[in-house]
Write a protein that binds this ligand. Sequence first.
Ligand code: AMP
Length: 219
Amino acid sequence: MRLVFFGPPGAGKGTHARILTEKYQIRQLATGDILRQHIKDQTVLGKKAKDIIERGELVPDALVNAMMSDEIRKSGLEKGFILDGYPRTVGQADALGEFLKDEGSSLDGVINFRTPESILVDRLSGRRVCSKCGANFHIRNIPSKKEGVCDLCSGELIQRKDDMPETVQHRLETYEKQTKPLIEYYEQKGLLYSVAGEKDIPELQNELKELFERLNIKV
Ligand code: AMP
């Protein structure tokens, strides 16, 4: 299974990728998580990316492409992966295509999580993440058992800086301008499959399972 999970921030890509990777023992490569780890570790890349991420803009293609080809190679192409949040520009999509071709590989599909903007804003502004393990919660939709505490590791739940209202709006504009053109890009390659990102989690998991069966995507 070599998939791209595509869609605006808050569409549910990360939540569904996490469930599937556990189920099928493949890797979720979430660009945002990897970049946030670089920031935590204060690497050269992390230092370059911090302010850009906090402003809700995109980290330059060259940096993200180098980071992701490295991550894909490390995870082992034959084991399969879900790319979550990559590619986000036409330049990144071209680079990914070239990289996979050079490795004798290709994508099985790009799953487009179509989601109305009002739902995105609600999901992002109510999202809380664990400061220790990165698990995602939502104050109403996916509440933790104990308020402010992660169910998985007891870490403190916090709101991401870029989930604050002003930045959310900017991230959605960035998506419209720089990322949305990839819908047509992958449609033309015959790789695009759309699902309704607003569905609840079990319902959409079933739909994804059926889609993989229909497309004969091997896990
Ligand atoms: P996410 O966790 O996917 O919402 O990503 C958080 C932030 O990381 C984004 O708003 C961007 O600033 C940065 N980022 C994530 N993925 C990419 C990418 N493919 N290209 C450039 N910047 C990215």
